[in-house]
Design a protein around this ligand. Structure first.
Ligand code: FES
Length: 570
């Protein structure tokens, strides 16, 4: 029988009896006795950090989890790991997602833990923690921080960070002044919790509930609500049951469960980052998600959630409307219902209850009367993106879905910062803005710079959207006609590296095409003149990242951390 609890993975002194004795002595130092040590040990991975404001509520939430673990007969132990506060990391939090996944995996595996509760929430933390847990193979359950409540400024309801971007755009365009900008800055994030639109954090939380790795209702309860604390207690209790049944993540995160999560991503109008993260999470279990599946399922998955940035409401409204329970019921006939969840129930058993769609609200619509007939994301192909690119259709301008225009190219982020607001920039409203060298290797870390700002001189004229393309990502809270994740990226010599300002580019969303309209001979000549950028000074983790990171269509994981593929979702 495999060792459990305090007997698991003894420290190697060459004498197992001594290792057990010594470990027991140090546990006694913590005030535990044999009665405690006979219990299943539940690790609570608490990613509180003074530089991760989205996790501000963890000081109150972690004790709730401990209470649940204790109630169910487990021994709670709290551990730290790396925490990633989205706006505090340079050059971008995405560079460190895989580092956090490695930290999580190794700390789960190295410690005597029978199950773990993963407390996360801010954008990169949920995928990092679940990637690590998937690789470690120990029973795991996810607990999100929960979204913030909205703020108000002079009668205007505000939320992070769609309104941050919108109001900054208004300021750039001269439509609001310094006083108003200062006023809204204090109200955009009024409580603890994650961004309260359908950005990356909310998208990940909804997908993780659909995957079965979270207790029911865990995706949406606001951080400031008592619902969130009760969710913490329930999560603690569920973790003990998971440990007793020894249900490893691979039994829950199956190919069918990932397909359910993709359905939800499309139905909620979720973040494009969800594509990258879900692909990376599945990859840790030998499941390859081919990008075409997002497009295929998009065709018969209605978009039913009316939240910013694609719609008009916020996460607290989504929660009050019934949250993921309503979404899952609406999609029930499209989901794999035999998938196991962390509660020990299958998804089908969870949805067996009597249910009537709550007609009193317009935040989550029935599948029969959706916000849009088709899902929010499309995958593009063409000579600019032979391995794919992603566009969030639900947040784009309908009149730009078929658009042919000349390119205005920015060679990298520094070039963009230098020239985008220059009065002499040769740009017109109908042009296509191109940013390159902002991919997984190029930037490095594929920052969320794909929502290229509208050049100031056009913003002043009232231009709100343009076609923008890049090998970068974009914040889930952003909006516009923005093509992202171009693969292969420019730093690998993809055609994106060969575009010149003045070239014609065609975006054709109905036909799923993105083409650089330059003849092959010219491209070949430009290719001969191109050389791969190298960073000879890279050291430590950055060096590992540059040597190992995969392209966006594979999820940007480190190559050596992915096992061989056994199942393809296409
Ligand atoms: Fe943390 Fe948005 S910055 S979720």
């Amino acid at each position: 029988m495999a060792a459990k609890g305090i007997e698991r993975g003894l420290t190697n002194y060459g004498d197992a009896g001594f290792s057990r004795f010594l470990r027991g002595a140090f546990m006694r130092q913590m005030g535990y006795d044999e009665q405690d040590l006979a219990k299943p040990i539940i690790g609570i991975f608490n990613t509180y950090s003074d530089l991760n404001p989205c996790h501000r509520g963890f000081k109150e939430l972690a004790p709730a989890v401990r209470r649940g673990v204790t109630q169910a007969g487990g021994l709670p132990v709290e551990l730290p790991t790396i925490s990633l506060g989205e706006t505090f990391l340079n050059p971008t939090s995405m560079l460190f997602r895989n580092l956090m996944a490695m930290d999580t995996e190794e700390m789960i595996r190295a410690h005597p833990l029978d199950a773990v509760v993963l407390m996360g929430g801010c954008d990169k933390t949920p995928p990092a923690q679940l990637m690590g847990a998937a690789s470690a193979g120990v029973p795991a359950i996810y607990l999100a921080a929960g979204p913030m409540l909205t703020g108000d400024f002079e009668g205007q309801r505000l939320g992070a960070c769609t309104d941050c971007r919108r109001l900054w755009g208004e300021y750039r365009g001269g439509r609001i002044d310094e006083r108003e900008l200062d006023g809204v800055q204090g109200q955009l994030m009024p409580t603890a919790g994650t961004c309260m639109v359908m950005g990356t954090a909310s998208t990940m939380a909804c997908m993780i509930e659909a995957l079965g790795m979270m207790v029911p209702g865990g995706a949406s309860a606001p951080a400031a609500f008592s619902d969130r604390l009760r969710c913490g207690v329930e999560t603690g209790r569920a973790a003990v049951a998971l440990a007793e049944k020894e249900i490893a993540p691979e039994r829950i995160m199956t190919p069918q469960a990932f397909e359910n999560a993709i359905r939800v991503l499309l139905a909620i109008g979720g973040s494009t980052n969800g594509v990258v993260h879900l692909t990376a999470m599945a990859g840790r279990l030998g499941i390859e998600i081919e990008q075409g599946i997002f497009d295929r399922l998009s065709e018969d998955t209605p978009m039913i959630v009316n939240l910013l940035p694609s719609g008009e409401h916020y996460m607290e409204d989504f929660h009050k409307a019934g949250g993921m329970r309503v979404v899952l019921h609406a999609l029930k006939d499209k989901l794999h219902l035999d998938c196991l969840t962390v509660t020990g129930q299958t998804l089908g058993e969870r949805l067996q209850e009597e249910f009537t769609h709550p007609a009193w609200q317009n935040v989550i619509l029935p599948a029969s009367a959706p916000l849009q007939e088709k899902g929010g994301l499309v995958v593009l192909r063409g000579n600019l993106c032979p391995d794919g690119a992603v566009l969030k259709r639900s947040a784009a301008s309908p009149d730009l879905m078929s658009h042919k225009a000349r390119a205005v190219v920015f060679d990298n982020l520094e070039d963009l910062a230098l020239r985008i607001d220059a009065d002499d920039l040769d740009v017109r409203a109908e042009d296509i803005l191109v940013l390159r060298n902002a991919g997984p290797i190029g930037a490095p870390g594929m920052p969320e710079s794909g929502s290229i700002p509208i050049p100031k001189k056009l913003a002043r004229e009232g231009v709100k959207d343009m076609v923008r393309i890049s090998d970068a990502r974009m914040s889930g809270t952003a909006f516009g006609t923005i093509v992202l994740h171009i693969s292969p990226e420019a730093a690998l010599g993809g055609n994106l590296a060969l575009v010149h300002s003045g070239d014609m580019i065609e975006l054709n969303v109905p036909e799923r095409r993105l083409e650089l309209l330059v003849d092959e001979a010219t491209l070949e000549t430009r290719c001969q003149a191109w050389s791969k950028p190298e960073d000879a000074t890279a050291r430590g983790y950055l060096r590992l990242h540059l040597e190992q990171v995969q392209q966006a269509h594979l999820g940007c994981d480190l190559d050596f951390l992915r096992p061989p593929t056994h199942t393809r979702l296409a």
